[in-house]
Design a protein around this ligand. Structure first.
Ligand SMILES: NC(=O)c1ccc[n+]([C@@H]2O[C@H](COP(=O)([O-])OP(=O)(O)OC[C@H]3O[C@@H](n4cnc5c(N)ncnc54)[C@H](OP(=O)(O)O)[C@@H]3O)[C@@H](O)[C@H]2O)c1
Length: 273
């Protein structure tokens, strides 16, 4: 694969680390291609430099100058300040990719000005282990080559879907926040095992492997989750007894509510233009 060139990271938090790890182990680029900055936490930059071998600096200009791709990995509430700083440094040959929840393309384009290509993405933390789920919406000034660039960055670290921007809030509620729902499920499974007499050392790995294996089977068997549900819940059996309890407690309805609530929160977070 042709190299992507210099990649600038504005922000060095959880999502930045997930992407760094995924991109480097996924062979997307070399550590020397990546330049990272944050707001003030110099310890954090030092830590990323030592662990990943990437360039780090306190100066945004050094990250942006000559970068082919600039990733904005900061919290939504910090975006206004970040845009004020980065906009004068960016030109139309560079691609800006924003991961910030609730920051719309029109909001970004208004600040960057006409002609500046920008993409809004919603990745999730499993990017760190190359099992991410990323949705991307291309901005007004992007060209087909920018879409290819987005795929080159995110496909090696997981699934990528290209969608219209009005779907991003729902996707935030589903796959952006979704890993946390899965962690809750794993914790609940393990805890149930412990309450019934297993040790944590036995229950926890069983719970993790069950979720991992369950998802892998959906992906690789050619059967969808409803077909697998049928297959695993024979009449009068143990699984059906468990499933009936889950549904009595409103499991599907609760998951649906969680996705819709998180999506609503994402819509509410959309900053006014
Ligand atoms: N975490 C997730 O699961 C997830 C999933 C999908 C999308 N996202 C999106 O990813 C973005 C980052 O989330 P996160 O969890 O990584 O947040 P985080 O861990 O709090 O990291 C935020 C980073 O932004 C830096 N920052 C703040 N203001 C800055 C400025 N003016 N210039 C340069 N850097 C600045 C912070 O630096 P200091 O530490 O020095 O203040 C920190 O390194 C958010 O917009 C979120 O919506 C996150």
């Amino acid at each position: 694969m042709k190299g992507l060139g210099k990649i600038g990271f504005i922000g060095a938090g959880n999502m930045a680390e997930a992407m760094l790890q995924g991109m480097l182990t996924g062979g997307i680029c070399q550590p020397g291609d990546i330049h990272v900055t944050n707001k003030e936490d110099s310890q954090r930059l030092q830590n990323l430099k030592e662990r990943f071998g990437v360039h780090t600096t306190a100066h945004t200009r050094e990250v942006i100058q000559g970068a082919a791709i600039i990733l904005l990995l900061v919290k939504p509430q910090d975006m206004e300040e970040v845009m004020e700083e980065v906009t004068p440094l960016i030109d139309s040959r560079q691609l800006v990719i924003s991961v910030a929840a609730g920051i719309s393309l029109p909001w970004l384009e208004k600040r960057l000005g006409p002609g500046l290509p920008v993409v809004r993405v919603m990745p999730n933390l499993p990017c760190q282990v190359k099992e991410g789920a990323t949705a991307a919406s291309m901005g007004t000034w992007t060209r087909p080559r920018h879409k290819i660039l987005v795929d080159k960055v995110f496909r090696p670290i997981g699934l990528v879907v290209h969608v219209q921007e009005d779907l991003i809030d729902t996707i935030t509620g589903l796959s952006g926040s979704g890993p946390a729902y899965v962690y809750m499920m794993i914790s609940a499974l393990a805890e149930a095992g412990v309450q019934s007499g297993l040790t944590g050392e036995v229950a926890f790995p069983l719970a993790v492997q069950t979720v991992l294996g369950g998802a892998k089977l959906v992906k690789e068997s050619g059967l969808d989750s409803q077909q697998l549900l049928q297959l695993t819940s024979s009449k009068g059996g143990t699984t059906l007894a468990g499933l009936q309890e889950l549904e009595k407690g409103g499991f599907s309805a609760m998951v649906s509510l969680a996705v819709r609530k998180a999506a609503k929160k994402s819509r509410e977070m959309n900053l006014a233009l």
